[in-house]
Design a protein around this ligand. Sequence first.
Ligand code: F6P
Length: 328
Amino acid sequence: MKKIAVYTSGGDAPGMNACIRAAVRAGHYHNLEVYGIVRGYDGMINGNFIELDNRAVSNIIQKGGTILKSARSEEFRRPEGRRKAFEQIQKFGIDGLVAIGGNGTFTGAELFYNEYQIPCVGAPGTIDNDLYGSDFTIGYDTAVNTCLAAIDKIRDTADAHERVFFIEVMGRDTGYIAVRSAISGGAEMAIIPEFPYDKNVVINRLKHGTSDAKASHIIIVAEGHQEGRASMIARDIKEALPQLDCRVTTLGHVQRGGGPSAADRVLASRLGLAAVEGLLEGKANVMAGIIDHKVVYTPFIDTITKRKPINEDLLSLAEKLNGRKYEV
Ligand code: F6P
């Protein structure tokens, strides 16, 4: 293996730049030529390749977003798109790929490997933490800290005005961001897609809380599959308990931006290195992840088809600190 290319794809996540930097520096450490592909799979199709030396990735470890840009490519979903991408890979003489992204990125990488056998090793870059094969994904810790900063601020207003706040967080169809934000923010409840939403549970909890002289509440709602899920739930609750002063805050894309936390920078650096060294060891069609503090490689197909369960210890911790079951 002489020449590798690194790309970011799907939703950006804080720490992607740290991972690019690590892959580039690891490549040069092992005497490889390293290219960056700009705009993910769209850039691969259009031949948007740039050579990256060590200096090209200076001063980026602390930056959010991705210097290589990102996209969700429609064209790569089609065989003709992947054929064009393969032609560009051949034209640039690329022997191996480092893919940084989430579910969609690895779905594309899996298809591409099965058709063209260009070795590819992934690094999990998504705020959602929803990939099987790594305890944490790059960007998750930073996103949770962003939520936490917002929750702390909203709590001031909730407390001052004795209100109930429904705070909607991202996470696609998982509740990882919601559960960790709820625990660290001391929220009263988290409503997550892993459990069916039952409005009576929320109503009972709020009734019990107010009868306990609890004046304000913070309820974290994972977006799930529905846009505006927190507003929908707040409407339900207001209908049943009109005496409560309810408000909704949707944190949205603020969760994707900002400089990565120390934990994300270290994770990204480890996984960028592991992806390149995996390629050099002959690994392909796998994602590098960290499980129990150790680097492991998991087939792309497992990362996208197997569901990583919400950590039960965290769920039971949250239940116990709320004095009752955390299910909704
Ligand atoms: O996968 C990251 C993520 O931020 C999800 O949490 C969210 O559902 C989705 O991407 C939003 O995507 P977009 O930026 O394309 O609206």
